[in-house]
Design a binder for this molecule. Structure first.
Ligand code: ZN
Length: 338
């Protein structure tokens, strides 16, 4: 089969790769219905994370189960399934606590931009929909594999509750779905920090009540103005830079919560500032598996449409253009169809 391989900065190729096979009794092979490019794929694409050797790419996926290993009991061929970027057994103490992305047996699923994918720990990782969904539901369901689950975790980690004031730092797909999550959780006021018109529009559609286009100290000052000098109850940090993290912490009221899901790049926090900030910090790689059943239900009941973040759809063989469009910010998020 042909799949996606990153060779180095801005060098994505669609080339011959080994067709995945069952290698452990707990594996499943799925035929990908749709996959996509993640904002985090842009770190190695831009050369910020080194690419020591040609690397298969992709960690967001949904599709039809083709084959399962001998130890797989609940996942069956023919089912439409969604899984997370971390395979998890869903039985260890960390999984039982709801932190499947910190599973004691976690394995990264990183070869999904391809027509077929091996998923380890299939029974713990994959969640099937009741029926094979219609084609127009595929983008919504694909989004649950990472970006929606991550936005949801950011909102949950930031303790979003009905009536609260929420700030979302970052207007990428995760930030936008953080807005959608906060809305679902009943936030009264959702302030999205964004400088891009098309993203501001989608943020409003997802439930943002205010937009702040200033950044850094100016952004914090504007935010304080909007909250009568107090700051927000809940702040979702969806970028992962020093500036975005400090902006998030400084936008939070005393006793408030920061949910941070942007993968940190060069972030260093000063103990003294943290000490006096009086904020709760909770984040990390989202335990998407925990949220999948609930989010699948919300999609199938028409309550959420997270697939709206895909503003570019390409055939899988055009994957290089998908990366380029996101790198140049011409697209929020690229969906790829094999
Ligand atoms: Zn586990």
């Amino acid at each position: 089969m042909k799949g996606t391989v990153l060779y180095g900065p801005r060098d994505v190729r669609f080339e011959e790769r080994d067709t995945p096979k069952i290698t452990k009794p707990t594996d499943a092979i799925i035929r990908i219905s749709a996959t996509c490019v993640c904002g985090s794929d842009l770190w190695p694409y831009r050369g910020i994370n080194p690419v020591p050797q040609p690397t298969p790419m992709g960690h967001e996926y949904c599709g039809i189960v083709e084959a399962v290993g001998s130890a797989v009991t609940s996942t069956k061929p023919g089912q439409f399934v969604i899984g997370s970027f971390f395979a998890s057994d869903n039985t260890c103490p960390n999984c039982r606590a709801g932190y499947q992305s910190g599973c004691q047996h976690a394995e990264f699923v990183g070869t999904a931009q391809a027509p077929r994918l091996r998923v380890p720990l299939a029974d713990g990782t994959l969640v099937a929909t009741p029926d094979v969904p219609s084609k127009d539901q595929i983008p919504n369901l694909l989004a649950l594999s990472d970006v929606m689950g991550t936005g949801w975790f950011a909102a949950e980690a930031a303790n979003v509750k009905p009536g609260k004031t929420v700030v979302v730092v970052g207007d990428g797909a995760v930030g936008l779905l953080g807005v959608l999550s906060a809305k679902q959780m009943g936030a009264a006021r959702i302030i999205a920090m964004s400088r891009h018109e098309s993203r501001q529009k989608l943020a409003r559609e997802f439930g943002a009540t205010d937009i702040v286009s200033e950044r850094g100290d100016e952004g914090v000052a504007r935010l304080k103005e909007l909250t009568h000098g107090v700051g927000a109850d809940s702040v979702l940090e969806c970028v992962g830079t020093q500036d975005s993290m400090m902006q998030a912490i400084r936008s939070t009221r005393k006793g408030g919560y920061v949910g941070y899901v942007g993968v940190p790049h060069g972030v260093a926090l000063k103990g003294e500032e943290l000490f006096y900030a009086h904020v709760h910090l909770h984040g990390g790689p989202a335990p998407v598996r925990r949220f999948l059943p609930q989010l699948i239900e919300l999609v199938l009941n028409g309550k959420i449409n997270p697939g709206k973040v895909f503003d570019l759809t390409l055939p899988l063989e055009k994957v290089a253009e998908g990366y380029r469009a996101m790198d140049e910010r011409r697209a929020i998020k690229t969906l790829l169809r094999p």
